[in-house]
Design a protein around this ligand. Structure first.
Ligand SMILES: Nc1ncnc2c1ncn2[C@@H]1O[C@H](COP(=O)(O)OP(=O)(O)OP(=O)(O)O)[C@@H](O)[C@H]1O
Ligand SMILES: [Mg+2]
Length: 226
């Protein structure tokens, strides 16, 4: 299991918070002890946390400032995984979180702006991996398509574009489903609300693919983008 997973991309609205909460809900349902760090000044996860709700056992710690690294270090002693949601723009808090991260997930919608931001975020992570702190323990990174609609040309095009340039794109996606925003109204996730539904199955497939990455060094070898 990755100890710390950070959701990052400089594009707003790509699905970071939704995927962060969905992953936490998935592992919580399996009996793990995930925690969420809300490192976004918009506090979209922290604002929806319900201390009496069905995800009350997944703490949400709001830390939009630069001491996010210390918060993560402290949480990882008691929680696994620690899942960090970041802001939809590049800031020092995101970099501070990435430095403490085992796996960086870069969500992107099938749209050119999202692709550009995903590549810029990938390059930022590779820069961090060149620092002394992370050179011998590089952050693993994977991109994941979000809000995809079945059979659309743009989704296929974006997938081909990223794969042909050797970016580490997951096969699993977080497709466009109303179950995500509906569950999100109460700070919940499809896995909590409808564990047998299609959206919960998407997250299960995504987690299975993430777990396989643990065994591969493949994702850390790519040097820089062309
Ligand atoms: N798979 C999905 N299907 C349908 N709607 C989704 C899906 N994922 C996210 N959404 C919706 O898209 C919007 C943006 O998602 P989300 O807030 O997770 O993105 P974000 O990257 O965290 O945005 P920000 O950069 O503003 O923090 C939200 O209204 C969310 O409910
Ligand atoms: Mg968000």
């Amino acid at each position: 299991m990755f100890g710390v997973i950070t959701l990052a991309t400089s594009k707003g609205g790509a699905g970071k918070s939704t995927l962060a909460r969905s992953l936490a809900a998935h592992w919580y349902a399996l009996g793990h002890r995930p925690a969420l760090v809300d490192a976004d000044p918009q506090r979209s996860l922290a604002n929806r946390y319900d201390p009496t709700g069905r995800l009350s056992g997944v703490p949400v710690i709001a830390e939009p400032e630069e001491c996010v690294g210390e918060v993560i270090e402290e949480l990882r002693l008691r929680h696994s995984p620690v899942i960090v949601d970041t802001a939809g723009f590049r800031n020092r808090t995101t970099i501070g979180a990435l430095v403490e991260t085992d796996l960086a997930l870069i969500p992107l919608k099938p749209a050119v702006e999202d692709v550009d931001a995903a590549i810029a975020t990938y390059d930022l992570i590779q820069e961090i991996n060149k620092t002394q702190e992370r050179a011998d323990r590089p952050i693993k990174v994977a991109m994941v398509l979000t809000m995809t609609m079945r059979g659309t040309v743009i989704a296929r095009h974006v997938r081909m574009q990223l794969i042909s340039a050797s970016y580490p794109l997951l096969v699993a996606e977080m497709p466009n489903r109303v179950a995500y925003p509906e569950a999100g109204i109460e700070g919940l996730s499809p896995t909590t609300v409808d564990p047998d539904g299609a959206a919960a199955r998407d997250i299960t497939a995504l987690v299975h693919e993430l777990m396989k990455l643990e065994n591969y060094e493949l994702l850390t070898v790519r040097e820089t983008s062309p």
